[in-house]
Write a protein that binds this ligand. Sequence first.
Ligand SMILES: [Zn+2]
Ligand SMILES: [Zn+2]
Length: 373
Amino acid sequence: MKRDPYEVLGVARDAPEREIKKTFRGLARTLHPDVNTDDPNAEEHFKEAAEAYEILSDPERRRIYDRYGHEGLQSQGYSSQAHGFGSFADIFDAFFGGDPFGGAGARGSRVQGGDTAVEVELSLEEAARGTDVEVTYELVGACERCQGNGAEPGTPIETCERCGGSGQLRAVSQTAFGQLVRATACDVCSGDGKVARTPCTECGGRGRKAQRRTLSVDIPPGIADEQRIRLGGRGHAGERGGPAGDLYVVVRVTADERFLREGNDLITLVDVPAPAAALGATVTVPTLDGDEELEVEPGTQPGTIVTLRGRGMPAVGRGRKGDQQVVLNVVVPRNLEPRQRELLEELRGSLSEENLQPPEDESLFSRVRRALR
Ligand SMILES: [Zn+2]
Ligand SMILES: [Zn+2]
C-alpha cells in the first residue's frame, strides 16, 4: 500500500507549492544518510518522501492524485523515478542543485583543506610543568610565489572561456521530475571560473604546494600520553578559497621508570631494607621537584603507602594537582653470610608474639589489599 503523499510530507491538502518544497527540503536533510547513520530505513524513508514530492510538486500530477489517488496516476502511465537514483547526492543535485552536506564536492565549491598530525615527545617533568615545543611538519600550503592564485606574478588571470566564469558546466535533461539540471565542475578551470594565462612556475598553476612548516606549540601542564592538541587552521590549505584544515599535535610522554602515572596521581616504589622498616629510617624519594627525604616509621609493614598530597600531575585546565603515592617496598635480606644468619637466628629466637602482631587499626581485608597491590 502506498502512503498518502500529503501524509508522508506532513503537509495540508491545500499547502502551496512553496511550502511543499520547503518541507521536503527539511525532511530530506534529516533523512540524509550522513545524518541518519544508525537508521537502516533512512534510505527507504527518503525515497518515499522523494516520491511524495515528485507527485505534489507537479501541479498536473497533484491534480490527478487529488481526484483519483495513486491508481489515477498509474493509469496515466506515471511511475516514480525516486527509486532510480543512485545516491543521495544525485537526488539533492536533482532537486536543489547540490548536496547540502557537500558530499560530491565537484561543483566548484570551496573545499576545506585536510587535517594533518605531528608527534611530540615529552618527559614526564615537561608534561607536568607544561612547555613550549617547536614542531616541524609537512603540509600542502598556499603557494607563496603566486599567493595561491596559480598565476605567475605579474601575469593576468582571465575568466574561463569554457564555463564563462561560473566554474560549472550544466547538463539539462527532461525527466519525470521536470527539468533536471546537473552541474559538474568545469574541466578547464576545475571550478575556479578563472584561469591563469601563464601558470605559476613554482606550483605549476595549482596554487598549492607541499611545504615544511615550523610552529611553536604551547603544551598545557598535566597533559597525558596520547592526548591530542588541535590547532585550528594549521593543516593543509583549502581549495578555491576554502578554509585550511587542522593540525593535531599528538603528545607522547616518555615512560619514567621512577613514576607510574595513574590519572593525575603518581606512584613511586621505594625499597626499605627489612631492618630499617623495623627500626625506622629516613629514605630518599624521587619527586617531580627533585629528591626528598621521607621518614619511615619504626614497624613499617610491606606495601605501606605514604601519600604526598598535591605532588602528582596537575589536571589540564584546572589548578588542582594529583597526589604522589609512595609505596614502601620492604626488602628481605638474601644471600646471608654466616655471621648475619647468626644474628637473625638470635633475633628470631627473641621475638615475642607481640612483636609479630599486625598494627591494631588494620583489618584482615585491608591487609590482604595491601599485600595484593
Ligand atoms: Zn604558485
Ligand atoms: Zn571553467
